[in-house]
Design a protein around this ligand. Structure first.
Ligand code: SF4
Length: 379
């Protein structure tokens, strides 16, 4: 593919790393959070931490859509799948995320529930069309990137006159999560998580634009650089952040200008605004209850809302005590700090959501970084 290899050029990567080293003040340490799991994956896959200077430290953030969904919502999806006549469908990664009692959607499927994997929201609509005597529930997850496709599916179901298509909505919002991290005691009071700047997400920002980050760049005095997912994108964003920090600037800059504008995608934003409204609060794995951080369907689309059609349990369920996903998603710990990493917990036998998704920090570290550590033996 054209314009991909150009962003993976090793010589250019080393030159960028050298210029970061030259510009980073030796007397200080730069703690930069990559919010998005796609960046975590790129950092691990291309070994970027190995070529960055030691005083530029990357902190993994909570931007993995599968990882941030709390146990209670997984349990609720399993509950929905057990309702009469229901076919529950969702994206592949969600099937393996552990709920409580070591149950997952995949295990519930093995126990006889009708749970299916779909590649797109429109597959879910087709499923409803093909099964008029069943109730098809799409377990919708993800950040601002995956919300418009859910909206399109509902529009299509409406146009087709389907009355057996429902959405269990778990769409969450990036800026609220970043603000929650910056307000957390670890950052504000205890100082156990140091954050000097953010690499902003790529795909999310193609939808919402760069403007929504301006508030907290100014309010919390932390620079943000929106970056693409290729290794040169990430390194360039690190250099831009180091420059801002050196200059004492707290601005939103856009490294990913080939896809992101300040205002984002007007059509997608208007579709989402027409169909969804803010929840007063929503539980995130690792972050707890975050105010105004998730969406639900508006009253005018109530007919498609699984949470209105069924009395879906809204319980908050504790994480597996041994799993450190919560702390990893807050940037407090790294995968290697978890006792289960690479021993009991592997991608084949995930104990937490961060080991399931390709965007999860534990899965990325397992796939690309574990041989540098002593805890997990090479296979
Ligand atoms: S290694 Fe497994 S158990 Fe440990 S934090 Fe990661 S997902 Fe959770």
């Amino acid at each position: 593919m054209k314009y991909i290899e150009e962003y993976r050029d090793g010589d250019l990567a080393r030159q960028l790393a050298d210029s970061i080293k030259a510009e980073a003040a030796p007397s200080r340490t730069y703690h930069l959070m990559e919010f998005c799991g796609g960046h975590t994956h790129a950092i691990s896959r291309y070994g970027l931490e190995d070529i960055l200077p030691a005083n530029v430290r990357m902190v993994h953030g909570p931007g993995c859509p599968v990882c941030v969904l709390p146990v209670g919502r997984i349990d609720a999806a399993i509950w929905l799948a057990a309702q009469p006549d229901v076919i529950l469908c969702t994206y592949g990664d969600m099937l393996r995320v552990p709920g409580s009692k070591r149950l997952s959607l995949l295990k519930a499927k093995a126990e006889g529930r009708d749970i299916r994997m779909v590649y797109s929201t429109l597959d879910a609509v087709k499923l409803a069309q093909a099964n008029p005597d069943r109730k098809v529930v799409f377990f919708a997850i993800g950040f601002e990137t995956t919300t418009p496709p859910t909206a399109v599916a509902i529009k299509q179901a409406q146009a087709l006159g389907l009355t057996n298509f429902f959405v269990f909505c778990n769409h969450v919002l990036t800026p609220s999560a970043i603000a929650q991290i910056l307000d957390s005691p670890e950052v504000r009071e205890l100082g156990t998580v140091k954050l000097d700047g953010f690499i902003g997400p790529a795909h999310v920002s193609t939808i919402i634009g760069s403007q929504p980050y301006e508030y907290f760049a100014e309010e919390y005095q932390r620079p943000v650089v929106i970056a693409g997912f290729e290794p040169l994108d990430v390194l360039q964003a690190v250099r831009m952040l180091v420059r801002q920090i050196n200059d004492g600037r707290f601005q939103v800059e856009n490294e990913f200008s080939r896809a992101v504008t300040r205002d984002g995608n007007a059509k997608a934003k208007s579709l989402v605004a027409d169909m969804f409204e803010l929840r007063k609060s929503f539980e995130w794995r690792g972050l707890g209850l975050v105010p105004y951080s998730a969406l639900r369907l508006k009253e005018s689309y109530a007919a498609f809302d699984a949470e209105r059609h069924w009395d879906v349990p809204q319980d908050s369920v504790a994480d597996n005590k041994a799993c450190e996903c919560g702390a990893i998603l807050r940037g407090v710990k790294k995968p290697i700090d978890c006792k289960l990493f690479g021993t009991i917990c592997t991608p084949e036998n995930p104990m937490g959501s961060c080991m399931v998704s390709a965007e999860g920090a534990c899965a990325a570290h397992w796939t690309y970084g574990r041989f540098r550590d002593t805890k997990a033996p090479a296979p």
